[in-house]
Design a protein around this ligand. Sequence first.
Ligand code: COA
Length: 262
Amino acid sequence: MVQPATAHEHVTVSQTDGVLEIRIQRPERKNALTHGMYDALTRALVTADTDPAVRVALITGTEDCFTAGNDMVEFLKDPPKGDDSPVMRFLAQLLAQEKPLVAAVNGPAVGVGTTLLFHCDLVYCARSARLQMPFVSLGLCPEAGASMLLPMIMGHPRAAELLMLSETFSGEEAVALGIANAVYEDGDYLAEARKQALRLAAQPPASVRLTKAFLRGPTRDAVAAHMKLEGDTFLERLSSPEAREAMTAFMEKRKPDFSRFS
Ligand code: COA
């Protein structure tokens, strides 16, 4: 059973005028996400959808970072296993979310820090935002439906560049690629995202939910099936020698060496 939203050491939740603000707060680890943090994020999303006082959820990070994605130490020592793992439940909830989701992104947004944005409705970036999906560089594969949604949004060549070369891109590029709405100065992006969330919260709520359902509806089942395929493969890849080399190299602060793999 899903627990009600409760504050977590690294995921805080606050509510103002119909907007549930979810903050990822683990700055000493660049807001890297642990199992417990995924669970807290899922609870917050469920609360947003089930609490009648909430009309919009806004997800953001801390002063210099959105999130560095999955915690690499957990990937090595306690990797997620199966559909019931916290990360998979979080991704399933993102896809199922009925009320609108707004994201305010600054600094690094790595891995799931970028792919979760494809499931948000409005995405606002700071000038400092640096997005990246380094799944291939980590010996893994895309997740959260990225390998289906990206080519749909931007075409195969650009999607292949971002995924296969794991290229880092800015908020301006994210807007040009069609995955973010606007870029603001670092001092302004959160206030602008809050302003838009409040505007959404003032709209007729049932009409907003219906419109989200219609926007997402035509692709939802196919995205869910593709996410499941990616997710199963991703979890298998976590124990592959390529991924072990990549993640160990990150923790040891050295360049990975993939020369022995065929
Ligand atoms: N998991 C666990 N720890 C992480 C982490 C992650 N995903 N990302 C950063 N950290 C830790 C670093 O190991 C470092 O720890 P230390 O202080 O003990 O050395 C600390 O957070 C600060 O990170 P650092 O790399 O020094 O900051 P930076 O500003 O130079 O770079 C990032 C920030 C996010 C670009 C860089 O940390 C990074 O690439 N992280 C990995 C992202 C990633 O591949 N995520 C997984 C996607 S599936």
